[in-house]
Design a protein around this ligand. Structure first.
Ligand SMILES: [Zn+2]
Length: 323
């Protein structure tokens, strides 16, 4: 009798340890894409909100409509994976939902400043970058009257920093990181004759650890790398992945990305990113899309980032609402 009571108590404890607790703190993740309720070709930007209220913007790109985009709210830090125009932000939309999801209207030119720098200056929030991007962005911030000591924070591979209660670490991405000429003043852009670019060090990805334990790997633009196994899973133990699935000719496509999540990082769940296709119509995933192929190939839930729709995740990487 006594033994069975102990066994029942042990079972109850085990159940408590695994059942989701509705009161447990959640991290909110909101995609800021080009078209409300859809997942469109150039969508990259996400806002992460820790239970402590800290808000972090990842790769504003072209779909955040400048610092006054009402979807931004307060921003405490910006993460930049690399300086290509679709991440640093060379063009933006003139208004919400401008153009159509398959072909958004990005007719407002924000070079040479960039969308990221404009948002950083307006919000007085630091841009967290690796490689050699810090010195380039510091010079740009200075030229626009900002304080680079406050607005640019270098976090190279292996290093980490805190934003509120959120740990931000730099991890490798294997891609390229030439600065497009549009981000330079005309006299410097002349150096690009012949197809050369100015290189600003390695591109990067990030690992974020939130105060509820959620540990998110942001792949940036990358191929398959050994560090996804040894570092992202082995050391940081990421339980949620934001994975680039765009494919030819730039990065991992659905098959490669599925290998990364199934065999290397092995998180509880994944958010697809950087699809370079109109993945949804009316908020529903197109069955012939790359995103659908990735969702089918991945062994864990793959969530589709619908612009403006907030997803909530518990500390174990499980989506508890909005997915
Ligand atoms: Zn890209």
């Amino acid at each position: 009798m006594r033994k069975s009571l102990i066994a029942i108590a042990a079972l109850a404890l085990a159940a408590c340890a695994t059942a989701p607790d509705p009161q447990a703190p959640k991290v909110k993740i909101t995609p800021l894409g080009s078209h409300d309720g859809e997942f469109c070709p150039l969508d990259r930007a996400l806002v992460f909100e820790d239970p402590d209220g800290t808000r972090i913007l990842y790769d504003a790109g072209r779909t955040v409509r400048g610092p006054n985009d009402p979807r931004l709210g307060r921003i405490d830090a910006l993460l930049l994976s690399h300086v290509h125009g679709d991440h640093l932000g060379d063009l933006i939309q003139p208004s919400a939902n401008a153009g159509a999801c398959p072909k958004p209207d990005f007719s407002v030119n924000v070079t040479p400043n960039s969308n990221m720098v404009n948002i950083s200056l307006a919000k007085q929030a630091p841009m967290i970058v690796g490689g050699e991007m810090g010195s380039f962005l510091s010079a740009k911030v200075s030229s626009l009257g900002g304080d680079p000591g406050k607005l640019v924070r270098l976090v190279r591979y292996g290093a980490q920093t805190m934003v509120g209660k959120v740990m931000v670490a730099g991890v490798p991405a294997v891609h390229s990181n030439g600065l497009p000429a549009a981000f330079l003043p005309p006299e410097q852009a002349k150096l690009y004759a012949g197809g050369l670019t100015a290189y600003v060090g390695e591109p990067g990805g990030f690992v974020l650890r939130f105060s509820n334990g959620l540990t998110v790997y942001l792949s940036g633009d990358t191929g398959i790398t050994a560090e996804q196994d040894l570092v992202v899973r082995g050391y940081y133990k990421a339980n949620l992945v934001v994975m680039n699935i765009g494919g030819f000719p730039f990065t991992t496509g659905p098959d490669e990305a599925a290998y990364v999540v199934n065999s290397l990082v092995r998180p509880a769940a994944v958010i697809a990113s950087h699809a370079n296709e109109p993945a949804t119509v009316g908020g529903k995933l197109s069955p012939t899309s790359r995103t659908a192929a990735f969702q089918k190939a991945a062994k864990m839930p793959v969530h589709v980032p619908l612009s403006g729709k907030t997803m909530e995740f518990d500390g174990s990487g499980r989506c508890t609402s909005g997915c």
